[in-house]
Design a protein around this ligand. Structure first.
Ligand code: R5P
Length: 290
């Protein structure tokens, strides 16, 4: 028997997963003490059951202790096993020591989760220098792929699209989105100068001048990548782009700035955001069932 247990803010995703999986929807009582320490209590009977905590990990720091306490509480209540469903998995971009003195945060974050959960299900983690989550997690991991979902959405909603991958790293992924959309694709070159400063160069687009550019990326965080790419497309005389991403991280102000430069901003629901148009519920459910 499965219990799907939402961490605060993850109730809608947990409800949808419980319905899709025909599983029990559990209840977690949660509040903060006056000194801001976290209180959690498993308010459902989880004895002998497989507990799946649902917690998307955008803005992870304020959530982590609460999540770990909830996992511990489930074990202390006699759960058969305790699993994490994290539609967005944080800290994967810090996958090397870029400067002396930095930790490789991705490995430490993976170790922390592996110590507290029996498995992880997520959607398209940002894997660049780390080839596979198994390299950094010591528990089983299951990764759902969102490229087909984006490709399908584009095929249904955009006339004559041209998929534009915003950087060299996105080549394979943009190609898969394009294949699923039945559209051509190009890939830009991106140089990140600082956290909020990027330079984007596009290849020759003359052959695609009649097409609608669709920028497709895994994450929109500061938004600078999409914003700069949209500006460069406008300078080339292309139509206003559609901006599609899997994970709607969106730092403050990023969504508004991007909205002005694009025709439409569309994301999946791995992180709840007004731009969510594409559901990953079925993708997650299939990963959980494996
Ligand atoms: C980086 O390689 C990722 O694929 C995204 O392009 C990046 O995370 C987007 O970040 P931002 O919105 O801050 O430019």
């Amino acid at each position: 028997m499965r219990v799907i247990l939402p961490m605060p803010g993850n109730e809608a995703m947990a409800r949808a997963l419980a319905e899709r999986l025909d599983a029990e929807l559990g209840v977690l009582d949660w509040r903060r003490f006056p000194d801001s320490e976290a209180y959690v209590r498993i308010a459902s009977d989880v004895r002998g059951k497989r507990v799946h905590l649902v917690c998307t990990l955008a803005n992870p720091d304020p959530q982590m202790l609460t999540l770990i306490f909830a996992a511990a509480a489930a074990r202390e209540c006699g759960a058969e096993s305790v699993h994490l469903i994290a539609p967005y998995l944080a800290y994967m971009r810090q996958d090397k020591r870029f400067n002396p003195g930095e930790p490789v945060s991705a490995t430490h974050f993976a170790r922390l989760l592996s110590q507290n959960f029996d498995s992880l299900v997520t959607v398209d983690p940002h894997l660049h220098r780390i080839g596979n989550l198994a390299e950094i997690f010591s528990v089983p991991t299951h990764v759902g792929a969102a490229a087909p979902l984006l490709g399908h959405w584009i095929a249904q909603n955009v006339d004559a699209p041209l998929i534009v991958g915003p950087d060299q790293e996105s080549e394979q992924w943009a190609a898969e989105v394009a294949r699923c959309a039945g559209a051509p694709h190009v890939v830009a070159r991106k140089q990140r100068i600082a956290d909020e400063q990027v330079r984007v160069e596009l290849p020759d687009l003359t052959a695609w001048s009649g097409r609608r550019p669709v920028l497709a990326d895994d994450i929109i965080s500061s938004g600078r990548t999409m914003i700069e790419a949209s500006r460069v497309l406008a300078a080339r005389g292309m139509a206003k782009p559609y901006c599609l991403a899997i994970h709607a991280v969106f730092a403050p102000g990023a969504f508004d700035s991007l909205t002005h430069l694009s025709d439409r901003v569309v994301t999946t629901d791995t992180i709840t955001h007004p731009s969510n148009q594409i559901s990953v519920v079925d993708t997650l459910a299939r990963s959980i069932e494996t």
